[in-house]
Design a protein. Structure first.
Length: 330
């Protein structure tokens, strides 16, 4: 690996991060308003035991939703359920084990959920890892693309039939996928999604976040073509003070420790746009949006490439071992 190829992804990711924190410094963070009650609606929030996911789950339960927190730590999941119930004794919230680095675990989670006979109105694909050292999932995928993207790709596909039967013309089911501003500097290499040729945690992370945006847009096109009562949108929470930053360089860790209180959003602020996507009346029937700070925003030019969206979809179906549903764009 040349010095330039090693350093360039780092510079790109930190450049994007710097732009976002500057924006956050000089602009008011979006705060979710009071939304109509969501009684009777069921939601799944991946990574819902901590950080943005926890705040998303907490807010949705406060609106009356029945929330299933999906995560890979039984202890953290039980603690999250306990804290939500301490705050709201009427909260309908459960924890169910899900390891997104294991396709087998994704199948098992979906089967357990379907065995309960519950509808599904909101799926929040929130869980993720960031800048982890090079390592592989149970199925041999590079961890960023495996957990952040492919695990959620499979989860969404397996739950799609339940979402379709749960949504109605008056109240669509909603799929919300959490991406990141780093997708703007992401590059998709279909022949090497595993980043095996030249591994960089920064480029691998950015690639996984771009993949989520491409996936969301293509999924929305399919749903709209079918006339399905389901919408798909992607969310950018901003730079948020969570546990994801443990793999930052030492200088970056120091800067976060010194200035994070001023520049970073709180987890509750970071969750506000996810809650907006899940519950806002003005987004009823609206899909294919990139939402940042409570507003529709333009995503990276690459993310609108419909042929790249399609190719990534086909490649992803093959990687996770599912048959590509037949579909033809208008």
């Amino acid at each position: 690996m040349s010095l330039l190829s090693a350093v360039l992804p780092v510079l790109k990711v930190y450049y994007i991060g710097f732009k976002v924190v500057l924006y956050q410094l000089f602009n008011t963070s979006f705060t979710a308003p009071v939304y109509p009650k969501q009684n009777g609606r069921v939601a799944i929030v991946t990574g819902g035991a901590k950080g943005i996911g926890y705040e998303t789950a907490r807010h949705l339960t406060s609106l009356g939703m029945h929330v299933v927190i999906a995560g890979n730590s039984e202890e953290a999941g039980r603690d999250a359920v306990r804290r939500i119930r301490e705050e709201n004794v009427d909260a309908k919230v459960q924890f169910s084990y899900l390891d997104l680095t294991s396709l087998r675990s994704v199948h098992q989670f979906v089967q357990r959920f379907k065995d309960r006979g519950l509808p599904l109105h909101v799926l929040v694909n929130n869980a993720g890892v960031m800048l982890v050292p090079e390592r592989r999932t149970e199925d041999g995928f590079e961890e960023h693309i495996g957990l952040n993207y492919l695990g959620h790709f499979l989860l969404t596909q397996l739950l799609l039939d339940t979402l379709k039967t749960s949504g109605t013309e008056e109240a669509c089911a909603r799929i919300i996928t959490v991406s990141s501003a780093t997708h703007y500097v992401g590059e998709i290499t279909l022949e090497d999604l595993q980043s095996s040729a030249c591994y960089s945690p920064h480029s691998a992370y950015a690639q996984s976040k771009l993949a989520l945006v491409l996936f969301t847009y293509h999924l929305q096109r399919r749903l709209a073509a079918e006339g399905s009562p389901v919408t798909a949108n992607t969310v950018d929470p901003g730079v948020v003070d969570t546990d994801l930053y443990q793999n930052l360089s030492i200088p970056a860790q120091l800067c976060k420790w010194l200035l994070g209180w001023l520049l970073f959003k709180s987890p509750a602020q970071g969750a506000s746009t996810s809650v907006y996507a899940a519950a806002a009346p003005e987004l009823e029937g609206v899909g294919g949006c990139y939402l940042y700070n409570g507003r529709r925003t333009k995503s990276a030019d690459t993310s609108y490439d419909e042929e790249l969206q399609r190719q990534l979809w086909v490649r992803s179906c093959g990687l996770v071992g599912i048959r590509e549903p037949s579909w033809r764009a208008d």
